[in-house]
Design a protein around this ligand. Structure first.
Ligand SMILES: C[S@@+](CC[C@H](N)C(=O)[O-])C[C@H]1O[C@@H](n2cnc3c(N)ncnc32)[C@H](O)[C@@H]1O
Length: 162
């Protein structure tokens, strides 16, 4: 079987990142060397869930806190949102209001690409922004963050262009 270029997605991963255990945010991804703005941190395939399976199963599990919003289309073409599970490091990025990593969906290819949005010095944690309504206490903040409405906020990153 011959594959067209469209059927092959180059997967990229920055080698010099580490997963640290037992940080105040649980596990987290850290730079082991300086990373320059624009560098791809990781390309992650996603598994798209139907709204029904999300509601019936995933929302009742710990996995719910790892899903991203993903565009979905009704029979009449109206765009709505469902959830997707992101494989790889994409599920390990913690939240920061001062995020140094941005992400971009490719809906057709069912991947998310994560890039450094600024120069990141060695030793810094790589974080995305989950948005403003968090379902946990942000350990970066001194005072407690008001709890959200139960909807995970990974989708609300301002840098998301899709
Ligand atoms: C997508 S997971 C990130 C990886 C996670 N730390 C782990 O160990 O599996 C999201 C969860 O990480 C934790 N988390 C992420 N950002 C955080 C933050 N700023 N402060 C405290 N906990 C955070 C919360 O428990 C959240 O539900």
């Amino acid at each position: 079987m011959t594959e067209s270029a469209q059927d092959q997605i180059p997967l990229r991963r920055a080698c010099h990142v580490v997963l640290r255990l037992n940080t105040p945010k649980g596990r987290g991804v850290f730079a082991e060397r300086d990373i320059v703005a624009g560098e791809v941190i990781e390309t992650c395939p996603v598994l798209i869930l139907s709204p029904e399976e999300n509601k019936t199963y995933i929302e009742k599990t710990e996995l719910y806190h790892y899903t991203y919003n993903w565009p979905d289309y009704l029979a009449d073409g109206t765009q709505t949102m469902t959830q997707a599970i992101v494989f790889g490091l994409g599920s390990m990025f913690n939240h920061s209001n001062n995020q140094n990593v941005g992400w971009e969906r490719n809906v057709e290819q069912m991947i998310i690409t994560y890039r450094a949005v600024r120069d990141i010095p060695r030793g810094e944690e790589l974080c995305i922004s989950y948005g403003s309504r968090l379902t946990f206490i942000d350990s970066d903040r001194r005072e407690a963050t008001p709890e959200g409405d139960g909807i995970e906020q990974l989708n609300q990153i301002e840098l998301d262009s899709n």
